[in-house]
Design a protein around this ligand. Sequence first.
Ligand code: G6P
Length: 543
Amino acid sequence: MQVQTLESWKALQAHAKEVSGQHLRDLFASDPQRGERLRAEGAGWLLDYSKQRVTDQTLQLLLNLAREVGVEQRSAAMLGGEKINVTEGRAVLHTALRAPRDADIQVDGEHVVPEVHAVLDRMTEFARAVRSGEWRGFTGERLRAVVNIGIGGSDLGPVMAYEALEHYSDRDLTLRFVSNVDGTDFAEKVRDLDPATTLVIVSSKTFTTLETMTNARTARAWLLDALGDDRAVARHFVAVSTNADEVQKFGIDTANMFGFWDWVGGRYSLDSAIGLSLMIAVGPEQFREFLGGMHEMDCHFAEAPLEQNLPVLMALTGIWNHNFLGACSLAVLPYSQYLRSFPAYLQQLDMESNGKSVTLSGERLSVDSGPIVWGQAGTNGQHAFYQLIHQGTRLIPCDFIGFARSLNPLGEHHDLLMANVFAQSEALAFGKTPEQVRQDGTPEPLVPHKTFEGNRPSSTLLAQQLTPRSLGALIALYEHKVFVQGAVWGVNSFDQWGVELGKVLAQQIAPELSSDGQLSHDSSTNALIGWYRANRSASDASS
Ligand SMILES: O=P(O)(O)OC[C@H]1O[C@H](O)[C@H](O)[C@@H](O)[C@@H]1O
């Protein structure tokens, strides 16, 4: 079933034509309460969507669409453990990872919550032992550094959340995240670390990912080189994975493995044992607060009426922007230095989930699906790419994220930071008319250059402070937003076949680089490999 055949979709298309000339200036002028009306709250977050280009009728039609595609039934199916990841025959239950101990969630008749809490309890015990110094390295020294080796979902979440919650972390511990197969990543991240005081967490759902296994082998060699005894591995290496066989083959005792399950997607796994590095950094209590924030947002998503439901409102205003106003990207702009990696984390969450062009039943999708997600922490982005958002030819919807209170209150800094959040969304929405520009005494030839069209949509998300709880709720908010959009487009948001082909080809090409055998690729690929073969061993690195 294609979404564009639905009555509610057709009604939105007709409506989009009717309102195409309307400007946010007029919407605000005709409704003085708009800024107070078009907002919703949930799990400690306030969403202001009044600067989206929607009228009450637009919202009504979007809600009709959500109802017609059965968003509520689809979310009940997900939360209830149905195998909604149909192409892999899996349930999608990241919400079970933050469910309270007494929650009853089953997959194939198995209660999953007790298993979740059993792993959380083991993680807690281990994190406490590392933090207290009870767990020591092979030479008896206390561990001072934790290196998480992983990539994609086994890296982006832990890095982002560690940076976000650095304020709450144990400053005596050094955390490093190695992901890239480029040897530079490992070399630079460990150059000032002592193997005798370093814990390595190998994080990989499959435990077969090329980058992670390559880095893990290099890390083991680095450790053994220094400590000279295979028994050191047991004190310095732990694994986080769903694949016990591969963990054992690698040489990590499964007693030092923290498991999770196939119903946790990689990009939804930060709240599983993949969050072990975060738990060690901030401590088990704060980690549970983080899970508590996620759960609070899950409850809001499951229970709040659609018209007050944050993930639903964000998803639907996004659908309006992408499918009816022609926007193809979304800028996510956290005004918090601690959240500097949040846009990168969201790129995987959103683009790997909804970067799809076939429907659940395998038909070619006939409307646009997931947007290009990008962004940077404010205010820095203002001095780099905001020009294009304000005056470029493309429509770029923005999500602004800010907090009432800073964790580092220093003079005026926080007021200045937040003034910029409010100023940017105001400027984007209302712009500056040629008349206003002339009133400033601008010479006529410069008037078009200094005119801001405005009418550029944005949402603003505000919370009291960046805490483990508010971060958890923010992540769950975006997870559910992505889910709702996927449900509207009718795609499977939980597989990622598109990542496979390049991986398979790389495995074929790797041995060809160091041989001189016949190549059978296309002429471009053959020539590129030929160039590399000719140059890879050149003795003068600068030539
Ligand atoms: O955790 P791993 O099994 O090592 O997978 C790491 C990453 O691999 C691939 O890139 C997948 O597309 C990602 O979804 C996944 O997060």
